[in-house]
Ligand binder design. Structure first.
Ligand code: ADP
Ligand code: MG
Length: 570
């Protein structure tokens, strides 16, 4: 874990070495000051050597200013280093999340993921800012100060050394408890974030059911859990800080009393006693630093552990090493004995065989939950088949790179996801480098002109989070415009118009027909009228594909399709 953490320093080696060297210099200077004071009191003052006193004072002044400047640099560079590392990690995590397959997003709550990318990385950053060099300097100062203290008076030094095991035990114990407490706190803040995300995205549903009180109560519960665990974490921390405080102060007191006795006995000079006490004080700072690190370290490491856990989740859909980039596909799609389940417990598709000729339009109809969307999700490899194979133009899709495969497939769903941004940006999502002309062409094809004219800033109007300022039909047209830009040889329309009223559907249908022309198109539809003109209709239910034929064939057959048709006509 630690070595993995340090691997993030590698790209910033230079900065780290500079920072570290300066930090060592600052530590050495700190160690030298009490010696100078001791010399001052014992040798210079009694002799009244004013020349030396002035020289030493000026020397000290220069050293203090130097130390100050170096402190500044160490602080600045240390933080800069930490910020760089934090940024690298955040980017790595974001990149990793986008390499994941659909299954990953099925299994992770958005709020939890956001918590990782923001909170956890913030705390890891805190450790990275102050961690290694502070720790090293603290240890160096501790050892250095002890060494000098022993050389001044071993007996007196021994008194302070006796207290050290107590400190170490206390710190280790505190470390363990705090680690546990922070871990728990992290899980709880993740829950809070997930709850906020869920409740805020569903705010409209909440209000329509007037379930605000219910939501608030649920939130309060999570929020209170979080409060409890955070308070507990700080209680543990305060307890150990208090323990460390009293131990160090008792040490000082002991040294003062015993040192006074030794001085009285003539075994110790005044300067040595003062020097000793100054070193005692030097000890306290690094010990406190270490305890402060103790607060940050478990927090940061808890975050780092969660961070690495997420990074270690290998995407379950990856390119084979010999996968090839496909360019323009013709679009002959075939399923060979395909079986699939989202989990091992339940099979959704069993032994599906299907042959779709390029350029044709095939409709999938049937009961909801039968697996129509699932069939379509397998083609762009959002999920991989459990058994069997899917080929396009005769080639197994697992032998293609998933990026090149997905570039050949366009999907329009019932829910159109729009990103925060302008209408133009959302349309251009279908082709990021689209020219203005191409965008205008797509706008025309998708019959979006009237919307563009109505909006205050035309294409440059912000359309609000997830396009909430638009109607379902308008959103659907944006999705269609994206497809005209993307221009894929294979098109999947998954209940694209199901949420629209029949009138709006009829208007959009023209655009869709134009879009579907010359492409292999799969249409999933609820309203059978929508698929009347399909070249072929497949009826899917729990038993798989049960009927296959044209609209006329199937309605004449008097089977499942004819039954569905009759019910819808009523
Ligand atoms: P349809 O599109 O025909 O209505 P789906 O393909 O969406 O049906 O769903 C088929 C079955 O798979 C359903 O029982 C559904 O509950 C299940 N299912 C769909 N998506 C997932 C998923 N992401 N994880 C687990 N099960 C799923
Ligand atoms: Mg569906």
């Amino acid at each position: 874990m630690i070595s993995r953490f340090f691997s993030y320093y590698r790209p910033h080696k230079k900065l780290f070495i500079l920072d570290f060297s300066f930090a060592i210099l600052v530590g050495l200077l700190e160690l030298g000051f009490p010696l100078a004071v001791q010399w001052f009191i014992d040798d210079l003052l009694p002799g009244g050597e004013w020349n030396w006193i002035i020289i030493i004072s000026i020397g000290l002044l220069i050293l203090y200013i130097l130390a100050m400047m170096m402190q500044y640099v160490v602080n600045y560079w240390g933080h800069k280093l930490g910020i760089n590392i934090e940024t690298d990690m955040r980017e790595e995590l974001f990149t990793h999340i986008h390499k994941q397959s659909f299954r990953f997003f099925d299994n992770h709550k958005t709020g939890h993921l956001m918590s990782r990318v923001t909170n956890d990385l913030f705390d890891i950053g805190e450790v990275a800012h102050h961690g290694p060099e502070d720790f090293f300097i603290a240890i160096m100062t501790l050892l250095g100060a002890f060494g000098i203290m022993f050389s001044i008076d071993p007996q007196l030094a021994l008194v302070t050394v006796v207290a050290v095991p107590f400190l170490v035990i206390m710190i280790t114990y505190a470390n363990k408890n705090m680690n546990k407490a922070w871990q728990k706190m992290y899980t709880n803040i993740g829950e809070v974030n997930a709850r906020v995300e869920d409740s805020v995205s569903g705010a409209r549903v909440v209000q329509s059911f007037t379930n605000e009180t219910f939501e608030i109560k649920r939130f309060q519960k999570d929020n209170n859990f979080y409060r409890g665990s955070k308070i507990e974490a700080y209680r543990v921390m305060s307890k150990s800080l208090a323990g460390i405080y009293i131990t160090t102060r008792l040490m000082t007191l002991l040294v003062l009393v015993y040192g006074a006795y030794l001085t009285y006995q003539g075994q110790l000079s005044y300067g040595q006693l003062v020097g000793f006490i100054l070193y005692m004080n030097l000890l306290i700072k690094p010990i406190e630093k270490i305890t402060a690190l103790l607060e940050m370290y478990p927090k940061g490491m808890a975050g780092f552990k969660r961070f690495t856990q997420l990074l270690d989740e290998a995407p379950d859909i990856e390119n084979r090493p010999d996968a090839v980039d496909v360019t323009t596909l013709k679009g002959d799609i075939a399923f060979h004995d395909v079986s699939f389940g989202y989990s091992d417990y339940r099979q959704v598709l069993t032994d599906i065989d299907l042959d779709i000729k390029s350029g044709t339009t095939v409709a999938l109809v049937g009961t909801s939950g039968a697996g129509k969307t699932t069939i379509c999700s397998l083609i762009p490899r959002f999920y991989d088949v459990t058994n069997g194979a899917i080929t396009i133009d005769g080639m197994d899709i697992r032998d293609m790179t998933k990026e090149s495969l997905r570039r050949q497939i366009g999907i329009v769903q019932q829910d159109v996801f729009l990103f925060a941004g302008t209408l133009r940006e959302n349309i251009a999502y279908g082709k990021l480098d689209a020219t203005d002309e191409e965008i205008m062409h797509a706008v025309e094809k998708a019959h979006l002109n009237s919307l563009v004219e109505e909006l205050q800033y035309g294409l440059d109007t912000q359309i609000g989070e997830r396009g909430l300022k638009l109607s379902g039909g308008q959103k659907q047209r944006i999705a269609i415009a994206r497809m005209f830009l993307k221009n894929p040889p294979i098109l999947i329309l998954d209940e694209a118009t199901s949420a629209l009223d029949t009138e709006t559907e009829a208007i959009i249908q023209d655009s869709l027909n134009e879009l579907a022309a010359d492409r292999t198109t799969l249409i999933i539809a609820h309203r059978l009228a929508t698929v009347k003109n399909a070249d072929r209709i497949l009826v899917v239910n729990a038993d798989g594909i049960v009927e296959d034929g044209t609209h006329d064939e199937l309605s004449a057959k008097g089977g499942v399709f004819a039954g569905l048709l009759r019910r819808q006509q009523l």
